[in-house]
Design a protein around this ligand. Structure first.
Ligand SMILES: Cc1cc2nc3c(=O)[nH]c(=O)nc-3n(C[C@H](O)[C@H](O)[C@H](O)COP(=O)(O)O)c2cc1C
Length: 315
């Protein structure tokens, strides 16, 4: 495949494995990069030194480009950005905010910057600040979400900015990749499908929840606190939604979720932990090696786009 993203980064497939706190470690990111996509290590809420160790571990596993994600809400974000300018991963993606203040230093270190955006205004803002591309993430995604659906967000962002756009949210197949390209994206970022990969080190129970999920398996909690999160329905989401219905304060909801993603990922507590997942989990039926996920997506997208071209030739 040949898009602005594969050319800019020198990768085989225009597919990013989105950062996933507690999940996308050196092992998963390196496996994705080795297989031709762009693996991304999640800094999540970790300290800069821990993230540095993951980067060094990934460098031992692959000499292909990979990325690191800074959650801008992390109080360590400044220190992580400084460390990244020293470690020089090929790409930095950012979540939950505007990374403008870091862009010059990251560029000086030769790093490409791709902020995750959930709307047109923030996409324009980061493009003006010098971002190399944007990841337009729809509300179908797993994890922290915005309000806009991928289908309508991507073409609006693609029209608003000159830099390449990646589509995220609800993509786990070649059909999703082909659709994103048709909407004006130069590539995609996927999260949930890479949780269900052989190389992902999340607990077996977490991966099993995703494989068994149906189309209505997810719920969004935290809307009342202004921090909506999508995950698979379980005891915890039920408790939080009930607290929200009764008007519980944001601090009480926050207290209920502290440490809950780590519990589900690391300890397999998928009843009372947070099982972040996108709505596309319903399409994911098995755990596959990342190399198969990437090559199947690209092959299916190629087939679909060729078929559609043939349909239009006949019109
Ligand atoms: C378990 C999980 C954790 C996530 N953690 C982060 C994160 O730390 N930083 C971030 O920018 N995005 C995070 N995301 C979003 C993903 O990077 C990606 O954009 C999203 O999963 C794409 O949508 P999909 O799940 O429908 O594929 C997370 C998603 C999941 C499923």
């Amino acid at each position: 495949m040949n898009t602005a993203i594969t050319q800019m980064l020198g990768i085989k497939y225009p597919i990013f494995q989105g950062a996933m706190a507690w999940i996308s470690d050196a092992k998963l990111a390196a496996a994705v990069s080795e297989a031709g996509g762009l693996g991304i290590i999640a800094a999540g809420g970790a300290a800069a030194d821990i993230v540095r160790e993951e980067i060094r571990a990934a460098k031992k596993l692959t000499d292909k480009p990979f990325g690191v994600n800074i959650m801008l809400m992390n109080p360590e974000a400044d220190r992580i950005a400084e460390m990244l300018a020293e470690e020089k991963p090929a790409v930095v993606t950012t979540g939950a905010g505007n990374p403008a203040k870091y862009i010059a230093a990251l560029h000086a270190a030769g790093i490409k910057v791709f902020p995750v955006v959930a709307g047109v205004s923030i996409a324009r803002l980061v493009a003006r600040a010098g971002a190399d591309g944007v990841i337009a993430e729809g509300t179908e995604s797993g994890g922290h979400i915005g309000a806009h659906a991928t289908m309508s967000l991507v073409p609006q962002v693609a029209r608003a900015v000159e830099i390449p756009v990646l589509a995220a949210g609800g993509i786990a197949s070649g059909a999703g990749l082909a659709a994103a390209l048709c909407l004006g994206a130069e590539g995609v970022q996927c999260g949930t499908v890479f949780v269900a990969s052989a190389e992902c080190t999340a607990s077996a129970a977490y991966k099993d929840m995703i494989v068994k999920a149906g189309d209505n398996a997810t719920a969004v909690t935290g809307r009342s606190a202004g921090l909506p999160v999508r995950g698979i329905k379980n005891n915890l989401t039920g408790r939080i939604l009930e607290m929200e219905r009764l008007g519980a304060p944001a601090e009480a909801i926050e207290a209920e979720t502290v440490g809950s993603l780590r519990r589900a990922v690391k300890e397999g507590d998928v009843r009372d932990g947070t099982v972040m997942s996108g709505q596309i989990a319903g399409l994911i039926g098995s755990i596959r090696p990342v190399a198969d996920i990437l090559s199947d997506m690209a092959a299916e997208a190629g087939r679909i786009l060729a078929e559609k071209r043939a349909v239009f030739r006949e019109c």
